[in-house]
Structures are given as C-alpha cells and as structure tokens.
Design a protein around this ligand. Structure first.
Ligand SMILES: Cc1cc2nc3c(=O)[nH]c(=O)nc-3n(C[C@H](O)[C@H](O)[C@H](O)COP(=O)(O)OP(=O)(O)OC[C@H]3O[C@@H](n4cnc5c(N)ncnc54)[C@H](O)[C@@H]3O)c2cc1C
Length: 502
C-alpha cells in the first residue's frame, strides 16, 4: 500500500475529483483509494489537504517526497483464555474501551455502571430538559456511555497516540461515519454517538461481558496489606483480580469513599466559567481567529496572569443543564450530527489553582448551589456579554438555547475581583479576534465541570501508589479530559494489565 500526501482541493471542489488527482500524481490508473487524513489550510487561499492510501502493484516505483510505503498496524491484543476477572466501575469512554480491549484479550469482564442503558437514560434526560425533574442516578453525567453521551461528541485530542486509529476503527465498526477516521476535528453528534455506544454494549454482551447497570460501587474491599480483592456494590459483593475505576469527574460520593479507605489522592487545578452563545452566522462570517474547520469553530486562548480559554465549542448546538446533584446548576454544550441550531456555544473558562481551595468538589458544589439559590430553580443564570463588561443587566439580546430557560444575573457577582479583571481582558482580546464577540453574545452558566479537582496517583504499573490492583483511569482519576483522551487511558490500563500478567 502507498501513502500519498499533498493532494489538495479547494473547499468548493467535490471530493470525487480526488481519484483523478491521485492518478495524475501516480501517472497510473487506480481502482480505489481511502482517505487517511484531511486538513484545512486557511492561512492564505483556503485548501483542503489530503493524505490517501492506495493499493497498487510495484509500489517501489512510485516512491517520492510525497509518496511512501504504508503498512497497516493491527493493534488487536492476542486472545487467550486467562481465568482472571476484571471489574470495571463506570461505563464512560475509559470504561467502554478498557472493557472492549480486555474482552478481546480473553479476560472475564464485569462492568458496574450506576446509571441506566441509553434507551432508558434518554427518557430521564428528556424529562429533565422538559420538566426540570432531575434523576440524580440517570442524567447527562451518569449512565451508559458516560458524560460524553449528551454532547457534541468531538473526538479531538492534543495527544498523539497510535491507538487513536484503533479507537476510531472500533467506533466505525459499530456505526460511526467513516469520515471520523480522517476529518480534522471530527465529531459524531449526540444522536449518532448514542446508537454507536449501544451497539458496542450489545456486541460486548454477546462476547460475554457481564453488565450491571443501575448498580453502584459503594466500597472497595482491601486485604491487610491494602491489596484490593473485590468490591461491594449496591447489590452485593464481588471478588476480582483487577479493579478499574473510571467513574468520571462527578463521582464525589465514590471519591469520599476512597478517601475514607486512605487511597492516595492529590488535589489538582481546575477551571470555572460560563457558556457563551452567538449566532452561528457571526462565527462563520466574521471569524478572524484561528480557523479550524470550514470557519465555523473557534479556539480562543488568552494568556494573562491566569489562562482564560474557550473549551468544548459546539457549533450549531445548544447549552444544556449538565448537573447530577439536586439544587445545583451546571451548564455544558451539546450538538446533533448536523450542527444546525443556528447558534454557536462554547465554554469560556478561567484557571483556578489548587492552592485557591481546600476541597475542590466542595468548592465547585458551593458555586453550583449558589447559582441555584439565586435562580430558585434549574433555570440557568444569563447576561448579555456587553452588559457584563459594563456592570449592567438588561433583557437578553436573544433567547438562550438552554432548554429550562434562564434568569438574568450579573456575572460580576460570580468571580473574585482579580479573576473578573482577567476574564474581561480576555473577552476584549476575543472580541479583537472575532469582532462582535462582546456585542452580539450572551453568557449562560455557571460552567464548573470541565475538569476534575483530584488525581488518584498511579505508579508506573498504572495502579494506585498505595492500593495494589486498583487501576484509576479517565477523567475522574485525573488522567484525561475528553472522550478520546479518556478512551486512550482505558486502553492504556487494559494494556498494562495484559502485558503484566501475560
Ligand atoms: C455535556 C457534556 C458534553 C461533552 N462534550 C464533549 C465532547 O464533545 N468531546 C469530548 O471529547 N468530551 C466531551 N465531554 C467530556 C467527556 O464526556 C468526558 O471527558 C469523558 O466522558 C470522561 O470519560 P470517563 O470514562 O473518564 O468518565 P465518564 O464519561 O464521566 O463516565 C463515568 C461513568 O461512571 C459512572 N459512575 C460514577 N460513579 C460510579 C460508581 N460508584 N459505580 C458505578 N458507576 C459509577 C457514571 O454513571 C458514568 O457513566 C463532555 C462532557 C459533558 C458532560
């Protein structure tokens, strides 16, 4: 197989032209090809650059600066009967992909997920979005698929890892659009990711993975030397050889239990802020910041005394209530595959250093409760960005997409004086990059669950440094932030178990 780089198309050209361009480059006809990478270069006149894979005889004769031999890597683990049981707590990206890989390798895998399967979970989330009735065990954070199920399902990560393709291939095998393999900043959309994850669960059930939905890990069971030998759940006790903990950043109850068991945990920095919403047309037409894809996404960063940045941008999406605790308000963003709501949203966050709080979960919950107390309901707090800059409060310039409605609030009350100054400097900077960012935008919040305030420290064997056989993973353990990075962490843990005990 050959890998051919440097094939380019203008954004208005059809991809069906690619075959002709490849043949021109090879000076030879081809029967088919596969896109390996597609990226936009918008520095001058915009072009999409493609890398493609072609099967052809006598490969050597075509080699050049842009054309090299391509070898596909099979990263599937070797299957063996292993007679060892792995228990996995939490079925978000880290739990899903560790379960998948350990099952492929021949382990007995048991998954405990406190939430429900997606078909049931959807009903609870819908009821919350429509009626404001929150189910604390089945919501945007908890249930089959984890926290990224009601999201834009962006698959971006800054990590470079050969297992990214392995993960994408699994998603495609279970129904995701093959374009995610090569599109820069690929996203699946909440509607599609739900069916993909459900299909993966059905496949794993068929392969013998034992699933316990609506069953929560309540306690880890330790020997006298602190080696973990099992868990107590809401329904019983189970022994295991390895325990993988991927419970996400909202599992405060589980973290309290781990602290009571003296599992070594450190504090870590977090970020807080709000969502901004703008007409999508403003972002599409007037963006002069870093263009990411077809000019409808942005990524903004301001380096002041503290970092302020945009996070989890959802083009054509909606702001959603993402709380899991009663009487709190937490916003986040979600989009459907088509990204066609007409409104762009993104979190704008400021760093909070770990020295600024004693218990990160309590610090965040206090903010989330304060927002609820002000609102008196699950209506989010909202303000025009321009009014925030001028310390004023007026009717919103347009209605937020947040489904439970909003109440007017002055976000000047929300932040410390120093943070407020830095956020305002950042917004002025963002307005320079995207003119209209201040005057044409609204802010909705608070946004507090973008990262986890703790790290469950692991050793070089990926086990807790003082609790052998406990493998902390994913966002809740402080080792990932986002669907892809947490999926990769799940794979990392599975690989550590497979290679150590082979
Ligand atoms: C609304 C929203 C939108 C997002 N959008 C994106 C996006 O577009 N792209 C992106 O990359 N990232 C996105 N994220 C972040 C991403 O979803 C998370 O980083 C990722 O899901 C974390 O994976 P995880 O496996 O560590 O844990 P999680 O996905 O949080 O899953 C943890 C699971 O553990 C379960 N659990 C908790 N406690 C227990 C217990 N004691 N026993 C059993 N089960 C338990 C929970 O129910 C949950 O299902 C979004 C997050 C949210 C909330």
């Amino acid at each position: 197989m050959l890998l051919i780089n440097g094939i380019k198309l203008r954004p208005d050209e059809d991809e069906s032209n690619l075959k002709k361009l490849i043949e021109k480059k090879l000076r030879h006809p081809i029967s088919s090809f596969r896109i390996r990478k597609k990226s936009l270069d918008a520095r001058k006149e915009p072009y999409y650059f493609y890398s493609v894979i072609v099967e052809i005889d006598n490969e050597e004769k075509y080699l050049s600066k842009d054309i090299s031999i391509y070898k596909e890597e099979d990263l599937s683990p070797e299957y063996k009967e292993r007679n060892e049981t792995c228990i996995i707590a939490g079925y978000g990206p880290s739990g899903i992909f560790s379960a998948y890989r350990l099952c492929e390798a021949g382990y007995k895998v048991i998954v405990f997920e406190k939430g429900k399967r997606i078909s049931e979970r959807e009903k609870d989330v819908e009821r919350f979005f429509k009626e404001g009735i929150l189910n604390t065990e089945s919501n945007v954070q908890f249930g089959e698929g984890g926290a990224g199920t009601f999201s834009d399902a962006k698959l971006t990560t800054r990590i470079k890892d050969r297992y990214i393709d392995y993960i994408l291939d699994i998603l495609i095998r279970h129904g995701a659009d093959p374009k995610i393999r090569y599109e820069n900043h690929a996203h699946i959309g909440t509607d599609k990711i739900r069916t993909v994850i459900s299909a993966m669960t059905d496949y794993l059930i068929e392969k013998g993975v034992e699933f316990h939905f609506s069953e929560e890990i309540e306690e880890i069971l330790l020997n006298e030397d602190r080696t973990l030998y099992g868990v107590r759940t809401s329904s019983g006790e189970y022994e295991c050889d390895h325990f993988l903990l991927g419970v996400g950043h909202s599992a405060y109850k589980t973290v309290k239990m781990l602290k009571e068991k003296d599992v070594y945990i450190e504090k870590k920095d977090i970020a807080i802020g709000f969502r901004v919403e703008h007409p999508q047309a403003l972002i599409d037409e007037r963006q002069t910041g870093k263009v990411i894809e077809a000019a409808n996404e942005y990524f903004l960063r301001y380096k002041g005394e503290k970092g302020v940045y945009s996070f989890c941008m959802c083009p054509g999406g909606m702001v959603i209530p993402a709380m899991s605790d009663i009487n709190t308000i937490v916003t986040n963003g979600m989009s459907y595959a088509k990204r066609d709501s007409g409104i762009a949203n993104s979190a704008i966050l400021i760093q909070i250093f770990k020295e600024e709080f004693s218990d990160g979960y309590e610090y965040l919950q206090k903010l989330e409760r304060r927002a609820y107390d002000y609102s008196g309901s699950y209506k989010a707090l909202a303000q025009n960005i321009k009014d925030f800059m001028n310390n004023e409060v007026h009717e919103l310039i347009f209605k937020s997409t947040y489904p439970l409605d909003t109440v007017l609030y002055d976000f000047n009350e929300f932040f410390s004086i120093d943070d407020l100054r830095i956020i305002k400097e950042a917004l002025i900077d963002f307005d320079r990059k995207i003119p209209g960012f201040i005057d044409q935008g609204i802010m909705v919040g608070p946004e507090t669950r973008s990262s986890c305030p703790i790290r469950i420290v692991r050793n070089e064997e990926y086990q807790s440094i003082n609790t052998p056989k406990l493998y902390p993973m994913g966002e809740g353990a402080g080792y990932g932030g986002g669907i892809m990075s947490c999926a990769l962490d799940g794979i990392r843990i599975a690989n550590a178990i497979i290679s150590k005990y082979e």
